[in-house]
Write a protein that binds this ligand. Structure first.
Ligand code: PMP
Length: 747
């Protein structure tokens, strides 16, 4: 069975005027209304009354029209929260009249605005769900012989759309076929059945003028006996069109429906599949209609948005929307506490969790994270997902190599060599020898071993508030830890120099040389090329130049910890140390290097690497394996091909200007600083004394989360808001962030 294509001559407005006069004794003006199979006219009587004249398709059986009439009568009595049209009999007392081989009916007009043209606020989406639930609840007590038919829009008959797959362009055909396959697997016996409206598309749903209420759902032409959840599925299908976050919109409709007509578990699990199948069927029938009846434009109304939406939905993980809908129906509310309890039962208690009410994040895509309720968050803090969460090229490279081979560096492999060449090519020529490891801590640990082996000394200079990693040796190099809660203070072989904090006027010139003089001998100076834990501090011009000279004069080597700052984040340069015009002796890398895959690296000079090669083998089980190298290569490719360093410069510069602007209006913003997409601002209670506003900063982070933006605090006084998003963060994201900040900043 295929869509009915009406080839009968179409009625004109003059016809409609004549029919109104002849059959109903009305003197009206007529305007045609869009419809897929019928011909409808809006009639306006001189006295002001308005009607809809419905001229049915020639092939429409009378019993179907009787079913529609009976159902509208039924809903008028049982779905009283909505307005329903009243059927007007002809002057001769007939409910269904005849004209030119067509059945004709007249209904009263219902005032309202199409859902399609209203802003879809959460309240309106929720109201749509409630309206559909009210209809389905009312239909529970309705019986009629007419609706037991095989109807091509009935979602149970989605297979009827398959013959049209051939009409679709090849790349999209597979998407549609997959969605229809999903629908074919629905277990219909587990779903409640009844009469349904069957076509709550966005032009059939009427709202009040303010767009806060659903007034009615029109057009019963697609009524059928089917699974009742199909009404919700159709509503969702259209509610998802043109949405920034279609699943969040759909979840709101589900929430509204569930409040009035609690969904069963099988219904919750099926509704997304059915909604997508509706869209899939729609594009199939649209292609068919275009082929056989190009003049009928009705079906193509929503075709372009439907294709755009289907393309997006195809990229979503299959089970995710279902999870979101389960939560919308309250299934997840207890899970959060239960999940937290289970985590606490077995996870080491020194691992913290963010936010008083923890986030349950179940999906990531580029600069966004999504929680289990389907809420989307702009991620402004994750500098690990450097090229974007779950970037498809990185995921594909990892999956492909995982499926082929994963071993270690004891065999020859092109990926390892390619990667070493590509990575060292980003650095000054003398930094040409690399070690691949699995975490930033491992990289710094190895850097320390290299420095000690090369210099034969132990002493290390670090910058106050620094964090370099979680091993024993690195906690000793991390004032952030050894001077923090639970810390045991500074070890003897370590000297700490003050952070060069220009904003707070800290004296720093000569401090590294002084520290070197206090020590027995210097093995290394460890310094981030911009201070992360220190509170997003950009080093003053010449700082590293002077510090490196002092360290080298004392016989030590200079280690640039680029774990947080490397790979283009600076915008102007690929490595943050380049912004200081220096060349380190050892560079350590982590976090962004594998976009979330556990990959890290140490790159150094041939001389230092040779000093380390004293006969003891260095082996790293995971470091440099072919999968990690494939990931590392993909990350470098994406940074280059998507111009992400340039984007960091552009979007970062734009955001920095915006933040400075905001700072001009809000005295709590004490200092705005950063380079590229390594940014931060300090919050202070008093612009004169610079008293840190730590509680206000924590409060701001929490409120921003509620507004869909993830930020966090840093710095020794916990009053710096750090901003270091994935490098796909764009100017639009900056606007979003600035707008939300303006809402929550104290006036
Ligand atoms: N160095 C710096 C500057 C870091 O920020 C971190 C992690 N926060 C590390 C090293 C340690 O990296 P990892 O957690 O991968 O061991």
């Amino acid at each position: 069975m295929v869509p009915v294509v009406d080839k009968a001559p179409r009625f004109s407005a003059e016809h409609a005027v004549r029919l109104a006069a002849e059959l109903y004794g009305l003197d009206v003006a007529a305007v045609p209304l869009p419809s897929e199979r019928d011909q409808n006219f809006r009639l306006q009587a001189a006295a002001g009354a308005q009607y809809v004249l419905k001229i049915a398709n020639r092939d429409e059986p009378r019993e179907i029209l009787e079913l529609q009439n009976a159902s509208i009568r039924h809903l008028t009595r049982h779905a009283t929260g909505l307005a329903w049209p009243r059927l007007i009999p002809t002057a001769a007392g007939e409910n269904i009249a005849h004209a030119g081989g067509h059945h004709v009916r007249l209904f009263t007009w219902i005032d309202g605005v199409c859902f399609a043209v209203q802003p879809h606020t959460p309240a309106l989406l929720n109201a749509l769900g409630r309206a559909l639930a009210e209809i389905d609840n009312a239909f529970e007590g309705f019986a009629h012989p007419g609706a037991q038919r095989t109807f091509y829009w009935d979602l149970r008959q989605s297979a009827l759309a398959r013959p049209h797959l051939d009409l679709l362009p090849a790349p999209q055909r597979q998407i549609i076929e997959d969605f229809l396959d999903d629908c074919a697997a629905v277990e219909w016996d587990r779903l409640r059945h009844g009469f349904i409206h069957g076509d709550a598309n966005d032009y059939n749903v009427l709202t009040d003028a303010a767009g806060s209420r659903v007034v009615s759902v029109l057009d019963f032409g697609d009524m059928v006996h089917s699974a009742t959840v199909c009404d919700l599925a159709v509503g969702i299908a259209y509610a998802m069109l043109d949405k920034q976050d279609p699943i969040e919109a759909a979840a709101e409709v589900v929430r509204g429906y569930h409040a009035l007509r609690p969904l069963t578990d099988p219904e919750i699990d099926a509704v997304y599949t059915l909604a997508v199948a509706r869209l899939a069927m729609s594009v199939c029938y649209s292609a068919w209609q275009a082929r056989v009846s190009p003049q009928n434009e009705y079906l193509s109304i929503s075709e372009a948005p439907a294709w755009a939406l289907l393309g997006r939905l195809a990229r979503y993980p299959r089970g995710w929307p279902r999870e979101v809908f389960r939560r919308a129906c309250g299934h997840g509310a207890h899970d959060l506490t239960a999940l937290l309890d289970r985590r606490r039962a077995h996870l080491g208690p020194s691992l913290s969790i963010s936010y008083a009410r923890p986030l349950h994040i179940i999906r990531g895509s580029m600069q966004h994270l999504y929680d289990a309720d389907g809420r989307r968050y702009l991620d402004c803090v994750n500098n690990v997902a450097h090229v974007g969460h779950c970037h498809p090229r990185v995921v594909a490279a990892e999956a492909a190599q995982s499926a082929l081979l994963n071993t270690n560096t004891r065999y020859l492999h092109e990926h390892l060599v390619d990667y070493l060449e590509r990575l060292t090519a980003t650095l000054p020529a003398r930094l040409s020898v690399a070690f691949l490891v699995s975490s930033g801590s491992e990289a710094n640990e190895l850097a320390l071993r290299l420095a000690r082996a090369h210099t034969g000394r132990e002493g290390t200079i670090v910058v106050d508030t620094a964090y370099h990693g979680n091993t024993n040796a690195l906690v000793d190099l991390s004032p952030y830890k050894f001077n923090g809660p639970g810390g045991r203070g500074k070890p003897r072989h370590v000297e700490v120099v003050p952070m060069p904090d220009v904003y707070r006027g800290v004296r720093y010139a000569g401090s590294v040389a002084e520290a070197a003089r206090r020590m027995d001998g210097v093995a290394a100076f460890f310094c981030e090329s911009a201070l992360s834990c220190g509170g997003q501090i950009i080093l003053p011009d010449g700082y590293l130049n002077e510090a490196y000279a002092a360290v080298r004069a004392a016989g030590g080597v200079c280690v640039a910890d680029e774990v947080q700052t490397g790979f283009g984040r600076a915008g102007s340069h690929f490595w943050m140390f380049e912004t200081q015009g220096v060349e380190p002796d050892i560079v350590t890398m982590g976090k962004p290097i594998g976009n979330g895959h556990p990959l890290a690296a140490v790159v150094t000079t041939r001389e230092i690497a040779s000093s380390f090669a004293n006969g003891m083998e260095y082996f790293n089980t995971f470091g440099g394996n072919p999968v990690s190298c494939a990931v590392g290569l993909a990350v470098l490719d994406v940074i280059r091909d998507e111009g992400l360093q340039e984007n960091a410069r552009d979007a970062g510069g734009y955001l920095l200007r915006g933040l400075r602007d905001l700072g001009g209006r809000h005295p709590t913003i004490g200092d705005v600083r950063g380079l590229g997409l390594f940014l931060g601002f300090e919050m202070v209670r008093n612009p004169e004394t610079l008293e840190p506003a730590a509680e206000e900063a924590a409060e701001l982070v929490n409120r921003m989360k509620d507004l869909g933006v993830l930020l966090s605090t840093d710095g020794p006084m916990h009053n710096t808001i750090k901003i270091k998003p994935p490098l796909v963060f764009c100017r639009g994201d900056a606007d979003f962030l600035l707008d939300r900040l303006a809402q929550v900043l104290p006036q």
